[in-house]
Design a protein around this ligand. Structure first.
Ligand code: ATP
Ligand code: MG
Ligand code: MG
Ligand code: MG
Length: 439
């Protein structure tokens, strides 16, 4: 992508309304534009990151055996009357009437709708286990939308729902979600700690939230700091092996880690003092096992292997897809801008032409662009007629992992400069070697 032809409306000044760094940088780097409180347009650069995050979420769900579908944003109120949540949900629900006067709502979550799909098509244990998920826009009329996409009113969520014949199978689905979430967040360069949580309006008593530690997080967290060193890494997990999956969950949930809602001061005191930490965290996901709460209310029944009709066991599992952009930036930035982890970066590399219009520099940049594209690495090429300082400032703000700087002086010696955004370390290399170095 050539910057002269792109749409990257960078802001020079810090926007006054942004209180936290991720919101500031998303506005300044031209990623989002607010259209109304808590409602945003995703500008091209922001959309690229949002798409990469969605791609990782999809890949890890499919790897765990979960199946994508897509439900609508608008739902009929009657479905929510069946579960009793139409009245319970309160002011966060955006209620709408269509021209016939039918009551509708913009979905804040989809337990009722997925249960309706399930009961229409499945009635035997032989069709289980089944986990269906989608990535879809949600609306919650938050009392205080703030911090940009972190607490929006319209936001993108991955929500998945498991259907199982009995409690053990449903708990395995719960564990499968935990492991797939750990891998999802790690691929985005995040450490998200599963913490025992309280269930809120979804219901159920078995639930964990995933928290990214950050000063600007809205939750207070209490933890043994040895949890932050746990990594799934590249190990293979067999998602069908209940004991193996449960073992991974045990590894990540044995050390103390809780939010203020479930904090237990007595247990916390037992952690060796040097490991006892109190901090703040951003909730980037939550998993719930709630059994038959919705299936009983809505008549989602299956026949088990004894021929008995039983309400299906369920759980629901969410990832805050759009919130993740904010969380990733909170955890990866410096005073010049964003530092994208490789897994989610909008472009893998930027090219800065120090002397636009110089025949040798222009040709070298064009051939670098071509070589990178041939490797499947689309560069963001700053081909504008701008000062070097302004080009560097834009690249630092946008935060691509690598920058290749091309100028007549280096080219006279056959080299370009390759700079890591994270370490700031630069090397002089031939253009071929620079392309080779970028993963
Ligand atoms: P919070 O405690 O932040 O209000 P929640 O517990 O109400 O979130 P869940 O129902 O657990 O949210 O939804 C799953 C995920 O969706 C959350 O873990 C969070 O990452 C994301 N999410 C929830 N509300 C918002 C919002 N207003 N804006 C952006 N993301 C959100
Ligand atoms: Mg909430
Ligand atoms: Mg919450
Ligand atoms: Mg939650």
């Amino acid at each position: 992508m050539r910057l002269s032809r792109y749409f990257l409306p960078v802001l020079k000044e810090n926007p006054a309304e942004a209180q936290i760094v991720s919101h500031r940088y998303m506005l300044r780097a031209g990623m989002i534009k607010q259209q109304s409180a808590g409602i945003y347009s995703w500008l091209p650069l922001g959309l690229r990151v949002l798409n990469r995050i969605q791609e990782i979420v999809h890949q890890e769900q499919v790897r765990a055996g979960h199946i994508p579908l897509l439900m609508p944003t608008l739902q009929p109120a009657d479905l929510w009357r069946e579960s009793g949540r139409y009245d319970d949900y309160g002011q966060e629900m955006l209620r709408i009437k269509d021209r016939q006067g039918r009551e509708m709502l913009y979905g804040p979550t989809n337990e009722e709708m997925i249960t309706d799909i399930f009961r229409a098509h499945v009635n035997s244990y032989k069709d289980l286990p089944l986990t269906l998920y989608h990535i879809q826009w949600k609306f919650r009329d938050e009392m205080r939308p703030r911090f940009g996409v972190m607490r929006g009113r319209e936001f993108l969520m991955k929500d998945g729902y498991n259907f199982d014949v009995d409690r053990d199978a449903a708990l395995h689905a719960y564990n499968r979600h935990m492991v797939s979430y750990l891998r999802t967040y790690e691929r985005m360069g995040l450490t998200a700690i599963p913490m025992r949580a309280a269930s809120g309006p979804i219901g159920g008593d078995n639930t964990h939230e995933f928290l990214v530690l950050a000063q600007t997080g809205e939750s207070e967290v209490f933890y043994d700091d040895r949890v932050t060193a746990l990594k799934l890494g590249s190990r293979e997990v067999d998602y069908d092996d209940r004991a193996e999956v449960a073992g991974v969950c045990a590894e990540f949930t044995t050390l103390y880690a809780r939010t203020d809602e479930t904090h237990d001061a007595g247990l916390f005191e037992q952690i060796p003092e040097e490991h006892r930490k109190v901090g703040r965290g951003i909730e980037v996901g939550q998993i719930f096992y709630f059994g038959t709460k919705y299936s009983e209310a809505m008549g989602a029944v299956v026949t088990n292997d004894k021929g008995e009709k039983v309400p299906v066991e369920m759980g629901s599992h969410g990832i805050g897809v759009s919130r993740l952009l904010g969380a990733i930036i909170e955890a990866n930035h410096d005073d010049k801008g964003i530092i994208w982890p490789e897994g989610v970066t909008p472009f893998p590399v930027g090219i800065v032409n120090l002397k636009q219009g110089d025949a040798a520099a222009d040709a070298a940049c064009a051939s670098l662009e071509k070589a990178l594209l041939a490797k499947g690495l689309e560069p963001l090429y700053d081909d504008r007629d701008e000062r070097a300082g302004a080009k560097f400032a834009t690249m630092d703000l946008v935060g691509l992992p690598w920058r290749i700087t091309v100028g007549p002086r280096g080219l006279a010696n056959g080299v370009v400069e390759l700079t890591s955004r994270r370490t700031g370390v630069s090397e002089e290399l031939t253009p071929e070697a620079a392309v080779e170095r970028i993963a």
